[in-house]
Design a protein around this ligand. Structure first.
Ligand code: ZN
Length: 422
């Protein structure tokens, strides 16, 4: 939950969170209303304070993971997703939903905890190296005395093509009286250089640095007491939640309602819990003491089946067949030279190569198939289904077997001098 720490013991407990500004009845009203105002939720999330890295900078990590739905024509808002590793050394555009996850990063938890406990002081980030040249306004604009001394020090440095900021900071502190009044550490020295750059007195570039480093002053060189607990608290709480979840799904003997109640700290279960066939949990069905005239619902049986099969109603299978025929027909259409059922089978399953036992080598699927919108469209298809499908298409005179491959009838007729249509 966004606003409270730890597990939520009850819904109404959420009304104690400071963000909740109404009576607790309003919470249930909201739940009963059964609707989420997406726009307001979006604003609520966006209004949260962003975690920040040292120096108060916002550091974002982005992951884009597509959920490929190549054949889900009716799914809304699909777009083309980049995919990698589906063919050798290439990436394909496949229709699907690209999900972007953006996370705001904080400075490492150990470091942030040490800083919060006062053991170290975070002086901000800076590039370890920089290049410095005289600025365009040098000589025309008048810096203060300390700044002028720093500028002279920097420009007279033999290494100013790749200046080590930490070294510069030490040297400046040793050579320039009162330098620490201007900059107390390397991070501030860097900020001062950047400021002189902005004012046109120096031309500074951080290009020689590959990354930023964090300035750090050690105040206490031993680990503060309570550090371990501070750092691992969240992990420990998460581990406990996972253990409880695991236990909830593994435990087949204790009533599920009892386990819920225990989790939320409720003592007594209402009498109606698991009292009849309409509301009994799986664990209570497992206990053979339920009244003999009642019987377990078929849906409960289905959940217990180790290898569930689809219901296979006639409508479903007709639809399935029609869809498969459509896919097979279009793929054969796409490849003028024709396709072997194995090619169709592999393409539908989204496998871009297969092992040919006879010649002991891997065969790579042709590019047109891997690029096809039907690549991977039917991962559960069986080779028999493909054989049946081409046979049905042949019955409708849409495809014809030529040697080992199946070809589109029109192409064959065109080559034989026909018109392509009858
Ligand atoms: Zn139960």
């Amino acid at each position: 939950m966004l606003c409270t720490d730890g597990p939520i013991r009850s819904l109404v407990g959420l009304s104690l969170a400071p963000e909740h500004r109404r009576g607790h009845g309003a919470l249930y009203d909201a739940v009963n209303c059964g609707r989420i105002d997406i726009a307001r939720l979006r604003n609520l999330v966006a209004a949260q304070r962003l975690p920040r890295a040292a120096d108060d900078r916002i550091v974002l990590a982005v992951d884009v993971t597509p959920w490929l739905r190549p054949d889900a024509n009716t799914s809304p808002e699909r777009s083309f997703c980049h995919t990698y590793g589906r063919g050798k050394d290439q990436h394909h555009m496949v229709p699907g939903w690209p999900y972007s996850i953006v996370a705001a990063l904080e400075t490492g938890r150990a470091f942030a905890t040490l800083a919060a406990m006062g053991a170290v002081e975070d002086s901000g980030d800076f590039p370890p190296f920089c290049t410095v040249k005289p600025g365009e306004l040098l000589g025309r604009s008048r810096p203060n005395e300390l700044e002028l001394a720093l500028i002279e020090q920097v420009l007279s440095s033999p290494t100013r093509a790749k200046l080590d900021i930490t070294q510069l900071d030490n040297q400046a502190a040793a050579a320039i009286p009162d330098y620490r009044e201007l900059a107390e550490n390397p991070a501030v020295t860097w900020q001062t250089l950047a400021d002189l750059h902005d004012r046109g007195l120096l031309d500074v570039s951080a290009a020689p640095s590959r990354r930023l480093v964090t300035g750090l002053r050690v105040i206490q060189s031993t680990l503060p007491r309570g550090f371990h607990k501070e750092v691992t608290g969240k992990v420990a709480r998460a581990a406990e939640e996972i253990r409880l979840l695991w236990d909830f799904f593994q435990d087949t003997t204790v009533c599920a309602n009892r386990k819920f109640a225990d989790y939320f700290g409720v003592g007594e279960l209402p009498d109606e819990c698991c009292s009849n066939a309409g509301n009994r949990c799986s664990a209570c069905w497992n206990d053979p003491t339920w009244p003999p005239r009642e019987s377990r619902p078929t849906v409960a049986d289905a959940f217990e089946t180790s290898h569930p099969k689809s219901a296979g109603s006639p409508v479903d299978s007709t639809l399935h067949r029609r869809r498969l025929d459509d896919q097979v027909h279009r793929m054969i259409w796409d490849v003028r030279a024709g396709l072997h059922p194995t090619d169709l089978y592999n393409a539908l399953r989204g496998e871009d190569s297969y092992y040919l036992a006879k010649s002991r080598r891997r065969v790579t699927l042709r590019r047109a198939l891997v690029n096809s919108r039907y690549f991977g469209a039917n991962p559960a298809v069986r080779i028999e289904d493909v054989h049946d499908s081409v046979a049905r298409l042949a019955d409708k005179n849409l495809v014809v077997q030529v040697g080992k491959v199946w070809r589109n009838v029109m192409y064959v007729q065109q080559e034989q001098g026909g018109t392509g249509r009858q």
